[in-house]
Design a protein around this ligand. Structure first.
Ligand code: GLU
Length: 334
């Protein structure tokens, strides 16, 4: 059984790019008879807002993209993340990092193509003195200098050297907030997610997540006496879940929606955010039809319900290059 998921961070209102991701993920899971789960990734207390999350759920319902089961809120799962972090710490796979952003910028030039910074490992192996023990520190995972290969469902074979291309990454921030990679890996495993659909900007997260998942699973094995502390509906242990997903955790990355100057749509593009489109009385069928056209599923932007698209959906139709989304093409009033 395929369980796909949509995992937005509620740090702004949904824009067309988020809807594009939700639609592709919904179609990909539902066209295989699967379930589609919704998880609200509200782990950044400074940026996440509950009203945005509520608005997002209302938007998904309005668009005709219903999810299965209960909504999972990352902000309520601290104890679970804590358990898995401790497992990694006890195995000696993490270290505290005292670097400031300025320290990190000073040791490493941003990656040429996307401005990403690969942490140089400055705090790895640092001998801690007494004063440091009370200094706030981020916690980083030590990654091996290994090439991880995986086959993306849309972009094909990928090979990433974790140490060179990603570096040791943060599991918990200095201010105590949970970092994206740990929360995502633990939740995908415990929720029984078997298919992940997201923007190609997150392609490099995949080898990090595959490696972290494999590491946690090997430490969670019942033979080591380390059983997870989760409970309730998503309370199966990682080790038991592993058996179920052994057939594969599939990743599909999709091209990004960009504006006419090639910049990725973002929360600042107010004209393409769902609230303004709804205010202008654009209908959900128009939005879905337009996005399906951009995704290569429809030959023209014909107003449609998501379920109308199920028989037409195929990943082969979705372009690989980023796609220009222009507001004037979207019928904007009824
Ligand atoms: N929460 C992430 C975001 O809003 C997406 C997480 C994922 O799909 O892995 O960008």
């Amino acid at each position: 059984m395929i369980t796909g998921r949509f995992a937005p961070s509620p740090t702004g209102r949904m824009h067309l790019g988020n809807v594009f991701c939700a639609l592709l993920s919904w179609l990909s899971a539902k066209s295989k008879g699967g379930q589609w789960r919704l998880r609200i990734e509200d782990i950044d207390p400074q940026r996440s807002r509950r009203d945005f999350a509520m608005q997002l759920m209302d938007d998904l319902q309005w668009l005709g993209l219903p999810w299965d089961g209960e909504v999972v809120w990352q902000s309520q799962r601290s104890d679970i993340y804590e358990h898995y972090l401790r497992l990694l710490q006890d195995a000696g796979l993490t270290y505290p990092c005292f670097c400031t952003r300025a320290d990190i910028m000073a040791t490493q030039a941003p990656h040429e193509t996307d401005g990403r910074i690969v942490y140089a490992g400055t705090c790895r192996g640092k001998i801690l003195d007494e004063t440091m023990k009370n200094t706030p520190a981020a916690i980083r995972l030590m990654v091996p200098g290994e090439v991880i290969s995986f086959c993306d469902g849309h972009y094909g074979e990928q090979q990433v050297n974790l140490a060179h291309q990603c570096g040791d990454y943060i599991l918990r921030r200095k201010d105590g907030a949970w970092a994206y990679q740990l929360a995502v890996v633990v939740d995908d495993a415990l929720m029984g997610v078997t298919e992940v659909v997201r923007g190609r900007d997150l392609l490099l997260s995949t080898p990090q997540q595959l490696h972290l998942r494999q590491t946690i699973e090997s430490l969670s094995s019942p033979h080591r006496g380390q059983l997870p502390v989760d409970s309730g509906a998503i309370g199966e242990s990682l080790a038991r879940r592993r058996a179920k997903v052994r057939g594969g955790l599939y990743f599909f990355h999709h091209p990004l929606l960009v504006n006419e100057s090639g910049q990725r749509l973002c929360k600042r593009d107010r004209s393409l955010d769902l609230s303004s489109l709804r205010q202008k009385h654009t209908s959900p069928k128009d939005i879905i039809g337009y996005l399906a056209f951009l995704a290569g599923i429809l030959p023209s932007p014909t107003p449609s319900f998501p379920q109308d698209l199920l028989p037409l959906f195929a990943w082969q139709r979705v372009p690989k290059e980023d796609i220009i989304a222009t507001f004037p093409n979207l019928p904007n009033s009824r």
